[in-house]
Structures are given as structure tokens and as C-alpha cells.
Design a protein around this ligand. Structure first.
Ligand code: TXA
Ligand code: MG
Length: 320
């Protein structure tokens, strides 16, 4: 199968209507999309990504008004968040209706839904008469793609079309929110900060670790991982040959490290800019096949929390 990259909505639509997969841009990361109402289309997502079936998918809608077709109960807190942040990097986990197939939700009685902010994908979703189930368009466990080329680098030959909406503006996956025992829980930190959510619904519980009572089945400790071991925190240059180290920093350039072995995510110290650049930087440093990538720890505020979350999961395998 040859993989084409382009901006042809009619082509993407025709493939999806035939039950095939198409990679789609969103403001967070690229998604690997299929007709969410067709189990035979959705099963291919799990095959192409090598994704375990216990990890449910997010259903993408053109507009918030579509949600009532797929969600049984849309509580007040969810309505407030949807009003404020959709289209945008917010996913709501709510009780599902029966028209959502079990394969999408891994048999759970809830469904994750979101309205992405991307002109091409919005137009595509508006033309389709079904919603799109889409995980991030990367092999399971690896760093998510934030450009069409990232998708092609890993899924070329496995899907026929990548809709190219340019680099993702947010660069981190959506923040996932649900309700459990009368409390609002953040199941995955992401492109919408906890502070912004709390500004609308008050205090929330952050339940993103494996140890949490409420969790996203896909929130594995090791995830978003580079193949090169990644370490977080103080950058210790003494243990390694300088030429075999990669550095991922927030604002600081390290004079001792070769310029092409380090990425400064935001020289101006903007967490938004750092988020947008994070996954491309991880992919680039990984491609150099160095001995180790050192990543700075980010401030635990705003999007810094989500950046640290991704770095920690990427580092988990190495135990640092
Ligand atoms: O920004 C995003 O959310 C991107 C773009 C493409 O929309 N999608 C994405 O999908 O990151 P994925 O599949 O890589 O992550 C979806 C997460 C998984 O951790 C999964 O466990 C969780 O959503 N999830 C899906 N349905 C759920 C449910 N019913 N209950 C709890 N967690 C759920
Ligand atoms: Mg993913």
C-alpha cells in the first residue's frame, strides 16, 4: 500500500466511507481515524497501531450538539466544560449510548468524546454521517505524531492517506475528564491545564497514575517512550562522553553539548511553545541514536504538569 499525504477532504471522506483508515490532523496530535460506528473499520486501528484491545478510543465529533446522539447523560459540569473548551483539547468520559460499539470503548459503559479544533478535520467530520474513533497515529507506546511526516515515518505502507493540516498547534494530547463518586477527575493531563478546568468547575482530583482508583485504561506507566533511554532532572554530564548525550531543555542552552544534540523547547520560557515542540524534539533526539537523552524537569504549573507527565512516562523504562 502506498501512503499519500495531502489536503484532499473528498479523498479522506471516500476512504472512511469505505471502512478504511485515514490519519487526521487535530490541534493536539494526529489521529488514526475510522468510522466509530463500524466495528470492522475500528478493528484495523488496533491492528495498525499494535494496540491492546483493553485500551479504549476517543470518539471525535464535528460539534458539541452531536454529543447527545452518543452519550446517555450529559451532566451540568460536562456541559460547562464543553461550552467553554470545545472545540479544543478536552475529552469528556460520559455514559455511552448503545450505538457506540464495544470495540471502541473496550466494553466499558462510558465513552470518551471530544470536538477537535482543526479546520480540515472539522470540515471532514461535518461531511461524514458518522463520528470518527481515533487514537494518536503512532505505534502503541511510542511518542505521538505532531506532523503529517511523523505519521508517515511510522505508518507508511500501513494506511493509504494522511490528511495534512500542518504542525499541531497544541502538541500534547487532550486532557481527559470524568466524574466518579460525585467528584470530577482528570484521567490524563494534557493540552488543557488543570488550572483552566478548575476555573470552570472548581477543584478536581488528578487521577493519572496507575495507583489511582479511577483511571484511564491506557494510562500505562511506560508510554510516549523514545527508544533511546531518557532521564529527567538534573543534567549530569560527567558520566558520559559528551558526544553521546542528547539534551532536551526548557529555556537553557548548554554550552558543552554539541548544538545539534540539544533542543531548547522555548527560549522565551513559554510552556505553550514548549508543549508544541516537545514530541518533535523527542523524535529528533531519538533519531540521533545517542546513548542517553537528558530532559529537564518542567515547572509543575499549567502545561508544565502535562509535559512532566509525558517525560516521566517516557523515562519509566529506564527507571529514572
Ligand atoms: O488529543 C487526543 O486525545 C488524541 C487526538 C487524536 O484526539 N487522541 C489520543 O488518543 O490521544 P489515545 O487513544 O492515544 O488516548 C486515548 C486515551 C487512552 O488513554 C484511553 O484509555 C482513554 O483515552 N479512554 C478512552 N475511552 C475511555 C473511557 N471510556 N474511560 C476512560 N478512559 C478512556
Ligand atoms: Mg496515544
Amino acid at each position: 500500500m502506498t501512503t499519500e499525504i495531502g489536503k484532499d477532504i473528498a479523498k479522506a471522506r471516500a476512504l472512511l466511507e469505505r471502512g478504511l483508515l485515514v490519519a487526521i490532523p487535530t490541534e493536539t496530535v494526529y489521529g488514526l481515524a475510522a468510522n466509530a460506528l463500524d466495528p470492522e473499520a475500528v478493528v484495523q486501528i488496533f491492528e495498525v497501531k499494535n494496540r491492546p484491545r483493553f485500551d479504549p478510543l476517543i470518539v471525535h465529533l464535528a460539534d458539541a450538539s452531536e454529543a447527545e446522539k452518543y452519550v446517555g447523560v450529559f451532566p451540568n459540569w460536562a456541559e460547562k466544560l464543553a461550552d467553554r473548551f470545545w472545540p479544543g483539547p478536552l475529552t469528556l468520559v460520559l455514559p455511552k449510548r448503545n450505538n457506540i460499539p464495544d470495540i471502541v470503548t473496550s466494553g466499558l459503559d462510558s465513552v470518551a468524546i471530544r470536538v477537535p479544533l482543526s479546520p480540515l478535520t472539522h470540515e471532514l467530520l461535518s461531511q461524514l454521517d458518522f463520528p470518527l474513533a481515533a487514537p494518536s497515529a503512532n505505534p502503541f507506546g511510542y511518542v505521538s505524531p505532531t506532523t503529517a511526516q511523523h505519521v508517515a515515518d511510522q505508518l507508511s505502507g500501513k494506511i493509504s492517506y494522511i490528511l495534512d493540516g500542518g504542525p499541531c498547534a497544541v502538541g500534547l494530547e487532550s486532557t481527559i475528564v470524568t466524574e466518579e463518586d460525585g467528584k470530577i477527575h482528570v484521567l490524563r493531563l494534557g493540552g488543557l491545564s488543570v488550572e483552566e478546568i478548575e476555573g470552570v468547575v472548581g477543584k478536581v482530583v488528578v487521577s493519572t497514575s496507575h495507583a489511582s482508583v479511577v483511571q484511564s485504561p491506557g494510562s500505562l506507566d511506560s508510554h510516549y517512550a523514545t527508544r533511546t533511554p531518557l532521564r529527567i532532572g538534573k543534567i549530569d554530564l560527567s558520566q558520559y562522553d559528551i558526544s553521546s548525550i542528547g539534551v532536551l531543555s526548557f529555556e537553557t542552552r548548554y554550552a558543552d553539548i554539541p548544538v545539534d544534540h540539544q533542543i531548547v523547547l522555548s527560549p522565551e520560557g513559554s510552556l505553550h511553545e514548549a508543549s508544541k515542540n516537545l514530541f518533535a524534539a523527542m523524535r529528533y533526539l531519538d533519531s540521533l541514536k545517542l546513548k542517553v537523552i537528558f530532559a529537564e524537569e518542567f515547572p509543575e504549573i499549567g502545561l508544565g504538569r502535562a509535559i512532566n507527565d509525558r517525560l516521566r512516562r517516557a523515562a519509566f523504562k529506564t527507571g529514572h
